[in-house]
Design a protein around this ligand. Structure first.
Ligand code: 5GP
Ligand code: MN
Length: 337
């Protein structure tokens, strides 16, 4: 961020600030938003977090999660907050269409916009940009941002627990996107008093019986391994959503089970939603699912974790996904993990 000094000056007096993040917020979206919220609160600003849609129950423990405004539930209040904000922080997303209708408010809002993000190919909608695609998470970048402001003395265990949450979820508990710098950041967070065991317990051991039953169903009845393409697929039908009473967030992490198969280098989780078919992609090594999400499913994301969607029926989308595999076969074969 080369104009950091202008932003420092802006933050020099108390401001009306909105922090927003992507729809279906995950641990990184929640952690970066609430971490930054607690930091800016300490600076005397008036801060509100707005998420486009509801957040999973697994993050309800996060300090002040209950103060979050959810656009879907409260569009008018959200509009008011965005309208009067001096500054809008956009965290863990890089294109306004990732925040649905909220994007139509944020785009033209009078506020200065700050984007902090680690996804590929950022859109140029913000006045201040901290974008680093090599960062593990937006939480790691919020930690860097506080240092860029020269206010690291303001970091504390509450901010730390929020930032640690996104680092844990986006790295799959230190399995991907790690770096020496990330481990130093985490050491710093633990020194601030973050109870790393407790946070990991909140995040990794928060399932209910119905989640394990759903996982069993996915693995027993909805999984297909295509060894010749090093690809695994799990899909869920609309009826599955009814039968297993699947709510937002309940399917989190299921796609990763496919990667536990030694030969599998690409994993696809394809689900029939009320109006679209959602595609979640994961990969190992240097095989990029970002390209597949972007070219074929109107989406994007990271090299090893991307997503998109299709307006075609589930059956057709599944067929279309499988029909893509021959053209990626040699790349998948060549990918080393
Ligand atoms: P997930 O599979 O967990 O929904 O998403 C994995 C990654 O892909 C996330 O980092 C997310 O930003 C990106 N992603 C998921 N769905 C979409 C989408 O519809 N559009 C874009 N641009 N990115 C997506
Ligand atoms: Mn993220």
């Amino acid at each position: 961020m080369d104009n950091i000094n202008d932003l420092k000056a802006l933050l020099g007096t108390p401001r009306d600030i909105v922090i927003t993040t992507h729809r279906n917020p995950d641990g990184d979206a929640m952690g970066s938003s609430l971490g930054l919220y607690h930091f800016l609160n300490k600076g005397g600003h008036t801060v509100r977090v707005i998420t486009p849609s509801e957040y999973p129950e697994a993050f309800a423990w996060m300090p002040d999660a209950e103060r979050i405004t959810i656009y879907d539930l409260d569009p008018e209040y959200s509009e008011e907050l965005v309208g009067r904000a001096d500054l809008i922080f956009c965290l863990d997303f890089n294109a306004l269409d990732r925040i649905d209708k909220l994007g139509e408010l944020v785009g033209p809002a009078k506020a200065e916009k700050v984007m902090i993000d680690h996804h590929l190919y950022p859109e140029g909608f913000a006045d201040f940009v901290l974008s680093d695609t090599s960062a593990s998470s937006t939480c790691e970048l919020v930690f860097d941002f506080v240092h860029l402001l020269g206010q690291e003395q303001e970091l504390d265990d509450v901010i730390g627990a929020c930032l640690f949450t996104g680092i844990i979820t986006d790295t799959g508990s230190f399995r991907y996107s790690t770096s020496p710098k990330l481990y130093r950041t985490v050491a710093n967070l633990v020194e601030l008093g973050v109870d790393d065991y407790k946070v990991q317990d909140y995040i990794n051991n928060s399932l209910r019986e119905k989640h394990l039953k759903l996982l069993g169903h996915c693995l027993n009845n909805r999984m297909e391994i295509l060894p010749e393409y090093h690809t695994g697929i799990i899909y869920l039908t609309k009826k599955d959503y009814e039968d297993f009473d699947i709510q937002r967030g309940d399917t989190e992490g299921i796609v990763n089970y496919l990667l536990k198969v030694k030969e599998v280098k690409m994993a696809a989780f394809i689900t029939e939603q009320p109006t679209i078919v959602k595609i979640s992609l994961r990969s190992k090594g240097d095989f990029s699912v970002q390209e597949i999400a972007r070219k074929h499913f109107k989406g994007g994301g990271h090299q090893n974790a991307s997503g998109g969607f299709s307006f075609q029926p589930l059956e057709v989308t599944l067929k279309r996904f499988k029909a893509l595999l021959p053209q990626y076969k040699s790349k998948l074969e060549a990918t080393t993990v």
